[in-house]
Design a protein around this ligand. Structure first.
Ligand code: SF4
Length: 428
């Protein structure tokens, strides 16, 4: 069968789609980069914001109108929205989140399958450069805005052996950077009969030899063991980039969000990272316009962001998600005001990112290059990332995809550095 895979939302969804890609491939099916060539389309949906939900629904809706196309969807769309889609004409198979790890088996066991198309190479879905590997799912916290917890259930860790096998398989296929993903990665191991934590998993992963990078996609800013960062000092394959979702810099807002931390604890963590790893970069997520966010609470968030000197971040303006506790909170913030606040936070994050960038101009960094493209003048342009997750672009006379070079950073264009390769490829 020809299968087109698609994913909306977080890196965890992306890691699951990559796993489906290798499972379909192992079963002899062909992954196609264009929907037009597919017999089956698989979508991992998202509902973290109302826009992500709408995007998920619209894609399924559009595909259901294509005669003969079988659609398989899973992910975080709420049951009411799934029921509406299931009532529409067309072939839709919904795989609930709780069964999503068995999705490939479910698809292949259903009778309407078409004959195998023969073994092929896996195109597109897993770039050879970076693999997103799922280590954990679900969450035991109760953040009042969070629909992910409702959609994915309580925290479950994948066994270390499974993760090690996935990482080894990705490295064996030529990937040079592993990104560990999870809904609440810091909770890894807490649900095992003999409790372990993320340090144990990282140590085991680093026992795999090779010159690869290991990156954490995101980690909640609490429950991080005291000596966690010493792993980064001991092994330079660990990327010095920490994505710490802050959500708000106001203690009162964080309390209404039922977050497990407050600005002071967040501040201490950031200070510790900067002291232990002076070159590390720290990025964040911020929600603006949460119910009851007064002007003074918003001002606290602005001041906190300036103080934290983040290397960048994502801003979400709060949207009500059905079933979450925040729906019942009073004092909703006006939509126009949310837009204004979002822009203010974006500007602040951009400003601190620029300050960091200025300091890096002229420095030499290791860059792992991703796929290149030809520009209108016919020159080959490659993008890549440093270990601190800075995006770098260069012009090259040859294809340097999946190679690591020492690169001099010459200028910053607001989102990326432009760099010049200064030394030969580093060994794999
Ligand atoms: S920590 Fe909070 S925001 Fe993160 S997944 Fe759990 S409930 Fe959601």
């Amino acid at each position: 069968m020809n299968i087109f895979l698609d994913s909306i939302g977080c890196r965890l969804n992306q890691s699951e789609i990559e796993k489906y890609a290798s499972q379909f491939h192992e079963q002899g099916h062909q992954l196609v980069p264009r929907l037009e060539d597919a017999d089956i389309v698989v979508l991992n949906t998202c509902s973290v914001t109302s826009a992500a939900s709408a995007d998920s629904r619209q894609r399924i809706h559009k595909w259901l109108r294509k005669p003969g196309l079988r659609i398989v969807a899973t992910g975080c769309l709420p049951p009411e929205e799934v029921s509406i889609l299931q009532g529409l004409p067309g072939k839709l198979t919904w795989v609930p989140n709780i069964e999503k790890d068995k999705l490939v088996r479910i698809v292949l066991e259903r009778p309407q399958n078409l004959p195998l198309a023969g073994r092929s190479t896996v195109p597109g879905i897993r770039s050879r450069t970076r693999a997103f590997i799922k280590a954990q799912d679900g969450c035991n916290n109760h953040c009042t805005f969070c629909v992910t917890r409702l959609a994915r259930g309580s925290s479950r860790s994948l066994p270390a052996d499974t993760i090690l096998a996935d990482v080894s398989s990705a490295l064996g296929s030529g990937v040079r950077e592993i990104v560990l993903t999870g809904v609440h990665l810091g909770a890894w191991g807490a649900d095992f009969p003999q409790t372990q934590d993320l340090r144990d998993l990282i140590r085991q992963l680093l026992s795999i030899s090779g010159d690869y990078r290991l990156r954490l996609s995101s980690i909640e800013p609490w429950g991080i063991p005291d000596d966690f960062l010493t792993l980064w000092i001991k092994d330079e394959r660990l990327c010095q980039h920490f994505h710490l979702p802050m959500q708000s810099g106001s203690a009162a807002t964080l309390k209404r969000m039922a977050r497990n931390n407050d600005p002071q604890a967040f501040r201490q963590l950031v200070e510790k990272i900067h002291t232990t790893l002076p070159n590390a970069s720290i990025t964040t997520d911020v929600i603006v316009g949460f119910p009851g966010e007064t002007e003074s609470e918003f001002a606290e968030t602005c001041a906190f962001i300036s103080e934290m000197r983040f290397n960048g971040g994502h801003v979400f303006h709060y949207s009500e998600r059905p079933g979450t506790a925040a729906v019942r909170l009073p004092d909703k913030v006006d939509e126009q005001e949310k837009k204004i606040r979002s822009q203010i936070i974006r500007d602040l994050l951009m400003h601190s990112a620029e300050n960091h960038a200025e300091k890096k101009i002229g420095s030499i960094q290791q860059v792992l290059w991703e796929a290149g493209r030809l520009n209108p003048e016919g020159a080959r342009i490659h993008g890549g990332h440093t270990k601190e997750n800075d995006r770098v672009i260069t012009q090259s006379s040859k294809d340097i995809r999946n190679q690591v070079h020492w690169v001099k950073l010459n200028k910053w264009d607001g989102t990326s550095f432009w760099g010049e390769v200064t030394a030969q490829e580093m060994p794999e």
